[in-house]
Design a protein around this ligand. Structure first.
Ligand code: NAD
Length: 267
């Protein structure tokens, strides 16, 4: 842990500690560079299911791991497109929750806050967060399956085929602009994310099972570079044994609690 952060954490050591949230709040100073690594648990309280949650209704007999792959799309593009239509409907109906809004407020209380997200729902941006790196793309955007060029909503809204044909390549189909299992991450976003975790003072992993690589490696890179590492999750993960602070709570409650402690701290 950097000396400055260690000192910040130790300040007030004589005070009565009322928990992990206070420890973390004390480490988030106006000079702090903070990275939030968010996973699908961050969106759970907005009503968007995580991958580990059972699929519902028509889709309950399919495993996400068998739909979110290039092979599944090559085999049955209509099924994969319809699954994403179903998920997009859920995302469009969802609203950011108090935890998303707490992160927007936190931006004004630290030197730099970067959200590195594995989520493909765009909720951080919709809530107003300014600096969001999308590691796995965004399911509300579509691209050509051959050229990977963006396909506009206007084009999609007039298309009759399922999935719509691509305007960019004769063999191309529209597909969601997301990273499927077995595909590489967008190089630029991952490169930037590595830079952010290498240069942060505090890294908080929120709502991620820390199982999907290479995103799961980022918190440990932060730790090895000397940052304080914290985790917010109602259940322990493979990361939990390595963190300095563990808030064993849902994201909404933990982040609003963190914010209210910071708001109450003397300037
Ligand atoms: P995951 O499904 O592997 O793990 C989710 C984690 O969130 C679990 O550890 C769970 O305990 C925790 N969790 C559940 N409810 C929570 C809450 N209220 N507050 C805090 N934590 C909570 O998700 P992952 O680690 O993000 O990785 C799986 C992949 O799933 C990612 O690639 C991601 O792109 C994709 N995915 C994204 C979305 C989305 O965009 N909302 C939804 C489903 C899956």
């Amino acid at each position: 842990m950097p000396v400055a952060v260690e000192k910040a954490c130790q300040e007030g050591a004589g005070q009565v500690m009322s928990g992990a949230a206070e420890t973390l709040a004390r480490c988030c100073k106006p000079s702090t560079r903070l990275v939030i690594l968010s996973g699908s648990g961050m969106s759970a309280e907005s009503g968007i299911p995580t991958f580990r949650d059972a699929q519902t209704g028509l889709w309950s007999r399919f495993r996400p791991e068998d739909l979110a792959t290039p092979e599944a799309f090559a085999r049955d593009p209509e099924r994969v497109w319809r699954w994403y239509e179903h998920r997009r409907d859920g995302v469009r109906a969802a609203r950011p929750h108090a935890g998303h809004r707490a992160l927007v407020d936190l931006e004004t209380r630290v030197a730099r806050l970067t959200i590195v997200t594995q989520n493909v729902d765009g909720l951080h941006q919709r809530s107003g967060s300014q600096r969001v790196l999308e590691l796995h793309g965004n399911m509300l955007r579509s691209i050509c399956s051959v050229s990977r060029k963006p396909i506009s909503e206007t084009w999609l809204s007039t298309a009759e085929d399922v999935p719509p044909r691509s305007p960019h390549a004769s063999e191309g189909l529209a597909r969601p602009d997301v990273v499927w299992f077995g595909e590489s991450l967008p190089e630029h976003a991952f490169h930037e994310a590595v830079g952010e975790v290498n240069n942060c003072d505090v890294c908080i992993a929120v709502g991620t099972s820390a199982l999907v690589q290479p995103a799961a490696s980022l918190p440990m890179i932060a730790r090895e570079a000397g940052a304080l590492l914290a985790e917010i999750n109602p259940v322990p993960t493979p990361l939990s044994d390595h963190v300095d602070v563990f808030l064993r709570e849902p994201a909404g409650r933990a982040l609003t609690q963190l914010l209210s402690i910071m708001q109450a701290m003397p300037g």
